[in-house]
Design a protein around this ligand. Structure first.
Ligand code: GLA
Length: 737
């Protein structure tokens, strides 16, 4: 009996001391307009993650916050802000390091916090952490973008020990969430089928979204996600998080549902074969992980990301983009001067603003008349273009068009002068046959000489031909053999990270000299669509698939994370070259006008009534649709993934005085079956005139031209007569006072 009493007292003391351990001494709240991210520091100086969600008015409540003790340990059940391997964390670590003395354990304690709130739109916070034993430091950086409700996080890891430290895991960010269930939307795909969407309920264990391809990392997956708590994501309601890693190299986003039903999200560079050695005094900076949260569903999550992306995540995101004619699908490699000037004549007549000469214009010793030669030799091919690029540039200008050019400067065909002159610049593995992909090899951007070369491809083209006003930057293969002749044996694992950092060094140099120049981000289509690359680009080639039905799905998935203003979307010929599908020109135009409109076909093949329609559609895009696609708010109304066989979306001006509505019939429907489209994002109290444009001879709404109350349009909705497959409708909404 007596011993039982002692045992009880002992238990009480133990549990009391455990609770005492988690006693909070400091609250660090990072705020945006509608969200709060809260960390606390406990009495043992641990930086503890507490909360990320809807803004809390009383962060002081966290001072009282305590955690329950973990069984069998003298620790509590709280989650470190940046969990390391060693002492306490048994889940996937954000950081694991082999210290100078060989120790595998790291345990960080809080040192200090710095805040910079000198800007009203962006607050910067740096939390300084240090290993309890070693001179090894971590800075946890958080940028809070106030109006966009976006935060970004990254870390700087610094070795102040006497010898080298090897980092084996070095994530950008750790985010634990607590709910009854978790629904993860992520993206998958292939060439010509990027950003497919899948949503799954997470179960215990680890779900990983990752890439080990080094380059063209977003062709099959994307380092982004939407996470909905307690139910599958809804467009307009529910707790929803969005995340996207700003990194164009290997990535790993791990979602570990642990035994406490907490979801641990760890995002960053993929540590796969990438161990990083830090010499004394050196530091390693991880890429930024971007997050947003809304309690109004994934629609608001996307709008937050678009708003942030336009302002901080891309170049010129709030600027009007030109309508482009790209030569690729209209001419491929088979063109001469006349083909191109003919295309320009037609482009100008149609109202297009920029002509882009795609692949096939370069290489002399090894002419680029196919994809098997010439890559790397960036001199104009004298047979095809005897008067050089300047002749074409001048011709474009004489037609009132800007001139753009395709390059793929990270790559080389074995059949090229570049491969002959610099075999050592090629990514390779000693003694092994080089594996070509699309007949090409990859240049080793970890090597500063290659960085100079790639920079000079861009810079000398623009210096020699100052009339070029647009570059499409392509990258058509990934890494299959990692290996650099430049890096020493001990640093071969640095190759993956250094390739991407080398690419960013080149981008930085380009942007320092050409800050606003129009550059399209392309990698066999959407193979490099991430906020790391987008930061240096004005737009992205969403997919090589120009079939409008495929594009409805691809652009829908893309719109979850990336701003539609950057989504290059081209009208091509029918039957489509990728899918062989036949679709009407109106359907192709209506789909393309939901993004950055362009054309990619031989324009002289569009004649008669079709040509008249093309001219009208381009005119309407310029006058009314384009400003809304550029800076309006996107509301997705009907998902193509729903069973109905419809898709619909709209863009609403910030002042809610104008909007454009798109609706598509994407499957055959029984006669008389029509979609009812409930609009969104309007002002319930305003009245709007609803006017169909690009009608192509048929009216698709009984109320065309009439005025309706915002609340009617949003709550009752409008039924549209678009039952035939590939019928579509576009409406302009204007506030009537
Ligand atoms: C890639 C691009 C295409 C086109 C071709 C040219 O596939 O994605 O748009 O530029 O290369 O070879």
């Amino acid at each position: 009996m007596k011993s039982l009493k002692y045992l009880l007292i002992l238990c009480l003391i133990l549990s009391f001391s455990d609770l005492a351990m988690s006693q909070t001494t400091k609250v660090i709240e990072i705020k945006t307009k509608s969200t709060s991210l809260v960390y606390t520091v406990d009495q043992t100086n641990r930086l503890v993650f507490q909360y990320f969600g809807r803004a809390t008015a009383s962060p002081a409540g966290f001072l009282k916050q305590k955690a329950y003790p973990k069984p069998d340990t003298n620790r509590d059940y709280s989650y470190e802000a940046y969990p390391t391997f060693g002492l306490g964390n048994i889940n996937e670590p954000a950081l694991a390091a082999i210290h100078a003395d060989g120790s595998l354990n790291t345990e960080l304690e809080f040192l200090s916090v710095e805040r910079d709130d000198s800007r009203s739109d962006l607050e910067k916070t740096v939390i300084h952490l240090k290993d309890r034993v070693y001179d090894f430091e971590v800075e946890l950086h958080t940028n809070a973008f106030f109006s966009e409700d976006v935060i970004s996080q990254w870390v700087v890891i610094r070795n102040l020990e006497k010898g080298p430290v090897h980092l084996t895991n070095f994530a950008s960010s750790f985010l634990p969430l607590k709910a009854e269930s978790y629904y993860l939307t992520h993206f998958y795909g292939a060439w010509a089928g990027e950003m497919g969407m899948v949503e799954e309920k997470l179960e215990n264990g680890i779900k990983v979204i990752e890439c080990k391809k080094g380059v063209r990392t977003t062709q099959t997956e994307n380092p982004s996600f939407i996470l909905s708590l307690n139910h599958p994501a809804l467009e307009n309601e529910g707790d929803c998080y969005g995340g996207s890693l700003a990194w164009s190299g290997n990535y790993r986003l791990a979602f570990q549902l642990d035994e406490l039903k907490k979801l641990n999200i760890i995002s960053g560079i993929n540590p796969f074969l990438s161990a990083w050695s830090l010499n004394p005094g050196e530091s390693f900076t991880t890429p930024e992980m971007i997050y947003t949260y809304s309690n109004e569903g994934r629609g608001q999550v996307s709008r937050n990301l678009h708003e942030w992306g336009r302002k901080y995540g891309m170049v010129g995101g709030d600027q009007i983009h030109d309508i482009v004619l790209n030569s690729w699908e209209g001419a491929y490699f088979s063109f001469d001067e006349n083909t191109l000037t003919g295309m320009m004549d037609d482009a100008a007549e149609l109202g297009i603003e920029t002509f882009v000469l795609d692949d096939g214009w370069f290489g002399n010793k090894y002419p680029r008349s196919n994809d098997d030669a010439g890559l790397g030799d960036w001199q104009t091919n004298k047979n095809k273009l005897p008067r050089g690029l300047d002749y074409l540039i001048d011709y474009a200008h004489s037609k009132g068009l800007k001139f753009g050019l395709w390059i793929e400067p990270e790559m080389v065909n074995p059949e090229s002068e570049l491969a002959e002159n610099h075999p050592e610049w090629i990514v390779q593995s000693p003694g092994r046959e080089k594996i070509a992909w699309r007949n090409q090899l990859l240049l080793d951007l970890s090597n500063p000489k290659v960085q100079d070369f790639v920079y000079n491809v861009f810079d000398s083209l623009l210096t020699t031909h100052p009339g070029i006003e647009y570059i499409k930057w392509d990258a058509n293969r990934h890494v299959e053999q990692a290996g650099s002749t430049w890096l020493p044996a001990s640093e071969q694992t640095h190759f993956w990270v250094l390739y991407t950092k080398g690419l960013y060094t080149v981008y930085e140099r380009i942007r320092a000299k050409y800050p606003n120049f129009m550059i399209q981000d392309c990698a066999s289509g959407g193979g490099r669509l991430d906020y790391g690359a987008l930061k240096y680009h004005n737009e992205y080639w969403t997919s090589d698939n120009t079939d409008p039905l495929s594009r409805i799905f691809i652009q829908y998935g893309t719109s979850l994370i990336y701003p539609p203003v950057g989504s290059a979307s081209h009208v091509s010929t029918s039957p489509n070259h990728q899918t062989q599908r036949m679709t009407p020109l109106k359907f192709r135009f209506d789909v393309a006008t939901t993004g950055r409109l362009g054309m990619e076909l031989q324009p002289k093949n569009i004649q008669g009534k079709e040509r008249e329609f093309a001219v009208e559609s381009i005119r309407n895009y310029k006058q009314t649709i384009r400003p809304l696609v550029t800076v309006g708010d996107l509301y997705r109304l009907i998902s193509p993934y729903d069973d109905g066989g419809w898709a619909s979306q709209m863009y609403v001006a910030k002042d809610k005085a104008e909007a454009v509505l798109f609706a598509f019939s994407i499957a055959p429907h029984t006669r008389g079956v029509f979609p009812t489209v409930k609009l969104n994002g309007l002002d319930e109290t305003k009245h709007y005139q609803v006017k169909e444009i690009n009608k192509n001879g048929r009216v698709r709404f009984w109320g065309d031209g009439q005025t309706f109350a915002g609340d009617y349009l949003m709550n009752v909705g409008i039924e549209l007569n678009i039952s035939d497959q590939f019928d579509s409708a576009v409406f302009l909404l204007k506030e009537m006072k």
